[in-house]
Design a protein around this ligand. Structure first.
Ligand SMILES: Nc1nc2c(c(=O)[nH]1)N[C@H]1C(S)=C(S)[C@@H](COP(=O)(O)O)O[C@H]1N2
Ligand SMILES: [Mo]
Length: 229
């Protein structure tokens, strides 16, 4: 059964659940709403960005569907924040060595989650560092203080609770915090790049049975912290 206008293998959900790899459900305690983003890797000197630093950039609003690799899709989310491209050009590029050849960006999160993407992918027009969702502050449920929104890529390339971004030339010295076959280097939704080794069409069927219990586990963690939304 194919749903109209949805990418291959995706099915619409009416809600937008908090979601992720199971171990991260319990790590909400580590998360603060304080806006302090470290930048490292090839930078000439370590840099810390605060919300004031973003004020010189244009605030952008965008409405996009959100696609989790496990096949659920939430439609029409309204994000607000700053284009990663603008942050890169105005705040990061001037502080990189002139001969730096950045090829990948590694995003580290307060809960220990990590995501990496080729620089060319995060420089796309619709990739945001977002601090607002549906005209409200993001909140801990969906990634406060700041999350990456990369709508052309599966949810696991949309890291929440950003703490640090490292820019590297080619090889990323970190690794994905899950079984390796889960991570595709680009994870583009349109090409069904769900995992690196197994075909996307097969992974659909392996992932679907995990959705309900994961949603439940993440919701329970929110309930314990009495976070609504
Ligand atoms: N910090 C962090 N970011 C994360 C995750 C996580 O567990 N921790 N899970 C990823 C996955 S698999 C998905 S589908 C989305 C879910 O975003 P949501 O919780 O706002 O729905 O966050 C992504 N970013
Ligand atoms: Mo996901």
């Amino acid at each position: 059964m194919k749903e109209v206008n949805l990418p291959p293998g995706q099915r619409e959900r009416p809600d937008f659940p908090r979601f992720g790899l199971n171990p991260f459900a319990q790590r909400l305690d580590r998360v603060t709403e304080e806006f302090e983003l470290e930048i490292g890797g090839l930078m000439r000197e370590p840099l810390v960005l605060r919300s004031l630093d973003f004020e010189e950039l244009e605030r952008v609003e965008m409405v996009r569907d959100f696609h989790c690799v496990t096949t659920w899709t939430t439609r029409g989310l309204r994000w607000s924040g700053w284009r990663f491209r603008d942050v890169y050009q105005h705040l990061l590029l001037p502080r990189l060595p002139a001969d730096a050849r950045v090829a990948i960006a590694v995003f580290r999160c307060q809960d220990g989650f990590r995501a990496r993407l080729p620089l060319k992918d995060v420089l796309a027009e619709d990739v945001l560092l977002a601090d607002r969702l549906n005209r409200e502050p993001l909140g801990l449920k969906h990634g406060a203080p700041l999350r990456l929104v990369a709508p052309a890529h599966y949810g696991y390339k949309n890291p929440k609770h950003l703490r640090r971004i490292d820019l590297w030339a080619d090889r990323d010295p970190t690794r994905f915090p899950g079984p390796r076959w889960m991570e595709h280097p680009r994870a583009r939704v349109a090409f069904e790049e769900r995992g690196r080794w197994l075909p996307g069409r097969l992974l659909r069927f392996l992932y679907r049975p995990l959705i309900a219990s994961t949603v439940y586990r993440f919701q329970r963690a929110l309930d314990e912290k009495r976070i609504s939304g």
